[in-house]
Design a protein around this ligand. Sequence first.
Ligand code: GLU
Length: 271
Amino acid sequence: MFKNRKFLMFMLLSVLVLAACGGGDKESKDKDSGAKSKSSFETIKANDKIVWGVKNDTKLFGLKNPSTGEIEGFDVDLAKEITKLILGDETKVEFKEVTSKTRIPMLNNGDIDAIIATMTISKDRSKEVDFTDVYFEAGQSLLVKKGSPIKSINDLDSKTKVIAVKGSTSAINIREKAPKAQVLEFENYAEAFTALKAGQGDVLTTDDAILYGMASQDNNFELVGGQFTEEPYGIAMKKGSDDFVKAVNDALAELKSSGKYDEIHDKWIKK
Ligand code: GLU
């Protein structure tokens, strides 16, 4: 009898301990799922800032000014204006550097709230992220040293070394458009342009808008061959960010109707 009581007490205690552990566990799980179910827009409003993923090495769109440490360009100015419309103040921003390869992983890790970084809206990417409306239209082209025999995409043969950047649509498209050419992939556009200048490749390929920025940094280089793809840029958020996407689309529409979009566009992009 005594033995049984002892056993019963032991069982009771065990159950209580287990229940307590289970309860704790459940509570932390609930907390986690609570954090996850919080939409990225709610997070932004709670933090009272937007963390934008921008390029740091892409003249005209996102380029770090070494003398001020500030990142400057069309994407950066647009991010500030969108932030102003959503949170009431353009200083409620934080900029983090992304490359073409790191931007989607950084978004999905929660390192950044949104990507505004010369990013083409594509079917494949739309499986991984939500996109806003198009905010800029670019097209893929070629950058060569002046005097190069390469004048268009048709001049790329099996001897041509084409420089592209990892994680870009440009690296994918060029294999389709010039299947014989050798493609050399670099981590970012600064490295890619350095490689072109060093003669590691014959041609660099990406969006014309980015290539214009490079050509303006060194007039030994020029664009050739016109656009051979369409690259509509969008701002990307985590999947399931309907409310955030809508807020940014509303802000874009407002910037277009107020003339602010044109002002920023004309400041960076010459037509
Ligand atoms: N717009 C193209 C892309 O999204 C090329 C520019 C870039 O690499 O960011 O891949």
